[in-house]
Design a protein around this ligand. Sequence first.
Ligand code: DGL
Length: 247
Amino acid sequence: MKIGVFDSGIGGLTVVKSLLHHQLFEEIIYFGDTARVPYGSKDKNTIIRYAIEAVEFFKNFELDMIVVACNTVSAYALSEMRESATCPVIGVVDAGVLATANALKDKKSNILIIGTKATIASNAYEEGLKKLQFQNLQSTPTPLFVPLVEEEIFDGDILTSTLHHYFKNKKTPDALILGCTHFPLLSKTLQNYFGEKTLLIHSGDAIVEFLEKEFYFSKKYRDPKLKFFASENPDALRKIAQKWLYA
Ligand code: DGL
């Protein structure tokens, strides 16, 4: 099993970390569009165009599947990617919706979705959750978390003010959907902020659950091969991968 993992930049490494941990693939080809990140502030047509270019790039490898780690791309470009791909393409939004629904028994549960401006504007998570009868949904874009994570600011005053800025008027949710690749790196801080009762939904773990439940993945590969590609400065991506994946 050989897959491509696509993200707008480095954030998708949080998804790779979950895939590696669960040993679902023999080989993972990661492509981060580091030259054109962020996608979260771009419009739909641009996101779709970039996503189709990523599919073209992946045609250089004989892949069994493409996992779209980027929430923004998953929210806007999945059907277009599927049209041009020659293998299945799965995204983190569908996986996150299913993981949330599997974890919450009560349809009245209060769910808070956070993500980039584009992801939140797409309403993709809300639409998916509403189809499964969840109605008590709040969402808010939290784009400042992205540069904070890239600066490796995982706690401290700046983050505390940012949390207050975004969440001061929000009810404590039963579940918080981390609708952006970078946010799992803030899990500890977000859990402390909302308290232990709030369930955090992580895209990487959601994709693993999705593959196991929907695609019946069960075989384990002990020593998966990893290859990293980036549209700009692949060495910087490889260095960050070393740090984030094996820390
Ligand atoms: N990877 C993006 C996402 O998950 C975050 C970074 C960006 O804006 O490109 O939505």
